[in-house]
Design a binder for this molecule. Structure first.
Ligand code: S3P
Length: 179
């Protein structure tokens, strides 16, 4: 069987809600496949010299999404690598179209209780700083699930081992490329 990475001609992009494990799983997936890894939020923060929370506060969500779309376009410039996106990136119609045309998109779909538990460990997310975290995540899940469902691949992930999620992604990408 031809190696998966020999067949890959485009980046693998993880999408999904905050706390789904995009960065952690993405880093492990990259290691497993011997590919570079990049996190879009980290890139934005490094370029701006400040946190995503600060950018939301200073410029608002719309400007953040514009910057995010430009950055994502640069990140999928042809290098085959694993990219973890911020949870809202794939919700933006322009970013979503770009990603579905030029990358393999993987939706990490985790239940709201798992997302709430994971995001509760740090208070860095602008959309979760006020109000009831579980209620906000449930509302975002309802709004965004139909959009995340446009990703090429959906992987259900719970609170189990990340290594299982990584293997599920590898199998699903293999199947997707053989289609
Ligand atoms: C956001 C998710 C965050 C970050 C920003 C907005 C969202 O990324 O980009 O706070 O709209 O879902 P993570 O999904 O990595 O937390």
């Amino acid at each position: 069987m031809q190696k998966l990475t020999d067949k890959l001609d485009r980046p693998i992009v993880l999408v999904g809600l905050m706390g789904a494990g995009k960065s952690t799983v993405g880093r492990r997936l990259a290691k497993r496949l011997g590919l570079p890894f990049v996190d879009s939020d980290t890139e934005i923060e490094e370029a701006a010299g400040t946190s995503t929370a600060d950018l939301f506060e200073r410029y608002g969500e719309n400007d953040f999404r514009d910057g995010e779309r430009r950055l994502v376009a640069r990140l999928i410039d042809g290098t085959v690598r694993v990219i973890a996106t911020g949870g809202g990136a794939f919700v933006d119609p322009g970013t979503r179209q770009l990603l579905n045309e030029r990358a393999i998109t993987v939706w990490l779909d985790a239940p709201v209780d798992v997302l709430a538990e994971r995001t509760g460990r740090r208070n860095t997310r602008p959309l979760l700083r006020t109000g009831d975290r579980s209620a906000t995540l449930a509302r975002l899940a309802e709004q965004r699930h139909p959009l995340y469902a446009e990703a090429h691949i959906r992987i259900r992930s719970g609170d189990g081992a990340h290594s299982n999620v990584v293997e599920a992604i590898v199998s699903a990408i293999s199947a997707h490329l053989d289609k």
